[in-house]
Every structure is written in C-alpha cells, then in structure tokens.
Ligand binder design. Structure first.
Ligand code: FE2
Ligand code: FE2
Length: 258
C-alpha cells in the first residue's frame, strides 16, 4: 500500500486561507492523500492566530507547521501548548511554548512530523537543526517521519535532505514562498523538494503587495506590509510512500492556480 502525503506551502493571509479552505478538500480527494501537512506561519501575513490555526485544521490539514514568524502573533503561544496538531520549529534554543515534533496515527501507522528552522540567513541563534533532527528521530516512537525544514538557503535545505536520507520518508523546504523544480527521491528513499512555494496571492512579492516590497528596495521608509489582492494559488507536493518499506517512491508537484 502507498501512503500519500500532501505537503502545502506557507499559507499567506486571507487569500491563502480562502483558497485552502475551498480547494484542499478536492485536492485531498484527487491526490488520494492520506495525510496533509500545511505550513501556516503567514496566515496573519506574519504569524498565525488560534482562530486561523483552527481554520487551517478544519480545511483538512492533519498538522500545521510554522517557522520564523511563529511569535509575531504571540497569542498563539498558549494554543501551541494545548493543540498537538500545530508545531513550531523544534530547534528554538530557549524555553518557548509548544512542541517541535509530534506523532500522529494514520492508516495504522505512526507518523512523526518534525518542524525545523534553518540558521543560514535566517536565525543564527537557533540550535543546530541537523542535531535537532537527530534528537527527535532517535527519541520519538514512530513508523515513518516527515520533516518540514523552514529555511532560506537552498544549500542548507539540500544538506538536510542528504542528512536525513533513509531516515525520514520525506523532507521538504518551506519559507522562501517560491516553488522549486527539484522534486526527487534520494538514493536511500527520502522524498525531497527544496521548497514547496506558497499558498496565496499570485500578483505579489511572496504574497505581499508589490509596491510594499518595492518601496523598501527603492529606499523608502519601512511600512507595514499588506497582503496582495486578486487570484491565488496553492503550492503543494505529493509524496507517495511505500507503507511496508517506509521509503518514498515518488514525489510530484500538486499545485493549483486560479
Ligand atoms: Fe518563513
Ligand atoms: Fe513564510
């Protein structure tokens, strides 16, 4: 039997949440996905509120992962402690609320999901994501493991894929909001893609209004970023995992554009 895992890129703002709630149920069916992980760190633009996390779960996510914007809406802290289906990066160095890994039942299997964050050009105060991966993979009790590596550098994400090859069934990158064309199965059976992309407005810079971003690059005063308007896309990848061997057999993109 194949276990199909759908991983959805960073959900940005109202537009992202809207397309997710309208299209994820159909995409789940179309791809015969058994398990869905959605990165929700940009549901509020930056950060996520408990209500937005609930909405993503109700849209059909089994687990919500986060990233560098985890604490932008600090009210999520208490929610992270009580809702096991939402994870923040496991390698925060300090004592922060919530958990970075969880184990969830699906099709008679125990699926471990680990959320990690990169240090290169992102947050140098973090513990090593590579060592955090080792820690959780050796500590949790599971049948197969999935990893959302929220990182900026393609090099760091690629290295993580090889670090976990044969130990995780799938490793995907999030954070850059730009989908990459490198879906592949690594030699020891780990499905890998450098970045899923994002779920949000198409005519934008990473989901925000182009003029907000341009203003900064043209030397203007920093302004509050606003979510872009108009049609949205949903960026996702589908990992087919052999339930016997726990190895990934195929990875493909499963994007929707409206
Ligand atoms: Fe991010
Ligand atoms: Fe993001």
């Amino acid at each position: 039997m194949l276990l199909n895992v759908l991983a959805v890129g960073d959900v940005v703002g109202e537009g992202g949440q809207d397309i997710l709630s309208r299209r994820l149920p159909g995409l789940r069916e179309e791809t015969a996905a058994h398990f869905v992980v959605v990165n929700g760190e940009n549901a509020s633009g930056v950060g996520i509120t408990p209500a937005q996390a609930r909405r993503i779960l109700e849209s059909g996510a089994d687990v919500v992962t986060l990233g560098n914007h985890t604490w932008n809406r600090i009210q999520i802290g208490a929610f992270l402690d009580k809702e096991e289906r939402i994870l923040r990066p496991a390698n925060y160095a300090g004592r922060v609320p919530g958990r970075g890994a969880g184990v969830y039942p699906c099709q008679g299997l125990r699926i471990a999901v680990i959320n990690l964050m990169g240090r290169v050009d992102l947050n140098s105060n973090l513990d090593s994501p590579f060592k955090a991966a080792n820690f959780h993979l050796s500590r949790e009790k599971y049948d197969l493991a999935l990893v959302d590596f929220h990182a900026e550098a393609t090099s760091e994400k690629g290295a993580m894929g090889w670090h976990l090859d044969g130990r995780a069934a799938a490793v995907w990158g999030t954070h850059t909001h730009v989908p990459t064309a490198d879906c592949r199965v690594l030699p020891k059976g780990t499905g890998f893609v450098t970045d899923l992309g994002m779920t949000g407005p198409i005519n934008s810079v990473l989901g925000i209004k182009p003029e907000n971003s341009l203003n900064l690059f043209l030397g203007g005063l920093p302004r509050r970023y606003e979510e872009a308007e108009g049609s949205c896309k949903l960026n996702a990848c589908l990992f087919a995992i052999d339930a016997e061997t726990k190895k990934c057999v195929s990875v493909r993109r499963a994007d929707i554009e409206e």
